[in-house]
Design a protein around this ligand. Structure first.
Ligand code: PSV
Ligand code: MN
Length: 397
């Protein structure tokens, strides 16, 4: 591939970072606090702005409604705060899982109070979306049952269909709805949107602006994610990704930390859809959904973003003519070598060159470490926590 084409593909490759990836998060066993972690939406947007300034490819920030907006907040002001930090508000993620009312689900609950509260929250999320000029409404529902017989499976399906359709129809014309699936957790018997087939059907029934969201951590072991991706693109139903990596379940580790070749193969299917099948892949929303609690937040984000860029660049380098030729001859070894050759190419020098063309540091991580930003926010945020009377000295930095 000509360098010029690779660089223009990299120009178009933008990744959204999640506000919650800058804040302290934990596992269900506890949280390890980081003195530099963001607590307010302003701090999250400031950190996201730093990541975008250093990488040049993260212009939008996903927000989680309950975690980022309090009653009475003016969404337009949050959008302005984002702008001041050089970013914009990206996907709006309603929270239909934390309130006590959702004990038996949200849209699928047999309790009309839970369904009404879910509707109220989504209408509020839509208002936030309109006022921040977001174009994505991203749904992940924790709905499901924990025991056989707990509720009627098909009745729950119908409740979900009705809710998604009404929310789809309430969206402004400019918005796309993303439907995310996950096989288990927190539901441990039957999750109401458990896999891509269910998400596909729900999205189809909701309306033309609903698509499927693939979270790379939301599959049972052994699932062939790149095949799911290839099928969804071919059906024009791939809305976007939540990138992260995993070893066991929904581990939310940084992208490519466990299996970079799997991420490369996903990108290869996206490039194949564009290069060979003439598909428009420009609307796919690349987003990060990681909340690992040991790595420093901003470093973890930069590491994931640069890893995504590297693996995408490698996938762009696959020689499609050679691959098609080998496939036509049923030469499996040479066909596979086309993928392996691209995967093993060192793209770091190319990316350094792409960055220098955009007046970016060749190595965003080194530039971040040299910037003094983490020292600055550690001091500022510790002081702010002290003022609020919160724990200001976690045991480990
Ligand atoms: C659920 O596990 C999920 O992947 C959804 O996208 C949520 O919005 C996000 O994680 C919360 O961290
Ligand atoms: Mn997710």
């Amino acid at each position: 591939m000509r360098q010029e084409k690779l660089f223009s593909l990299l120009d178009a490759f933008q990744i959204e970072t999640p506000s919650w990836g800058y804040a302290d998060t934990g596992t269900r066993f506890g949280k390890f606090l980081q003195p530099a972690a963001a607590s307010t939406v302003e701090e999250k947007l400031a950190d996201a702005g730093v990541v975008h300034r250093l990488t040049g490819c993260c212009p939008s920030v996903a927000v989680h409604v309950l975690w980022d907006f309090k009653a009475g907040d003016d969404p337009a002001q949050v959008a302005e705060m984002a702008r001041r930090n050089g970013v914009r508000i990206g996907s709006i993620n309603p929270n239909l899982f934390q309130d006590q009312v959702y004990k038996f689900g949200s849209a699928c609950s047999s309790d009309p109070k839970a369904r009404a509260e879910a509707d109220r929250h989504v209408q509020e999320s839509l208002r936030i979306g309109r006022e921040t000029h977001s174009d994505l409404l991203s749904f992940w529902m924790a709905d499901g049952t924990n025991y056989p017989g707990q509720d009627d499976i098909v009745t729950r399906k119908k409740r979900m269909e009705a809710a998604l359709k009404s929310w789809h129809d309430a969206m402004p014309e400019t918005m796309t709805m993303l439907v995310e699936y996950k096989p288990f957790e927190p539901a441990f018997y039957a999750t109401d949107i458990a896999d891509w087939g269910m998400a596909y059907l729900y999205a189809k029934q909701a309306g033309p602006r609903a698509k499927v969201l693939v979270d790379t951590g939301h599959h049972l072991p052994g699932a062939n994610i790149e095949q799911i991706v290839a099928w969804l693109i071919d059906e024009d139903m791939l809305g976007g990704f939540h990138f992260n990596d995993r070893k066991y379940a929904d581990d939310d580790l940084t992208l490519g930390s466990i299996d970079p070749y799997a991420v490369f193969r996903i990108f290869h299917e996206i490039r194949t859809a564009a290069e060979i099948h003439g598909r428009d892949v420009s609307k796919i929303a690349y987003m990060i959904d990681q909340s690992h609690n040991l790595k420093p937040k901003i470093e973890a984000m930069i590491q994931t973003v640069t890893t995504a860029q590297e693996l995408y660049a490698k996938a762009c380098l696959v020689d499609h003519a050679k691959l098609q030729d080998a496939q036509a001859q049923r030469n499996i070894v040479d066909a596979e070598e086309c993928l392996r050759a691209a995967f093993y190419t060192d793209v770091k020098p190319l990316l350094a060159q792409w960055r220098s063309g955009h007046s970016l540091a060749a190595d965003p991580m080194a530039a971040y470490r040299a910037s003094g930003y983490v020292e600055k926010i550690t001091a500022e945020r510790e002081a702010a926590r002290k003022e609020r009377g919160e724990n200001s000295s976690p045991a480990y930095a």
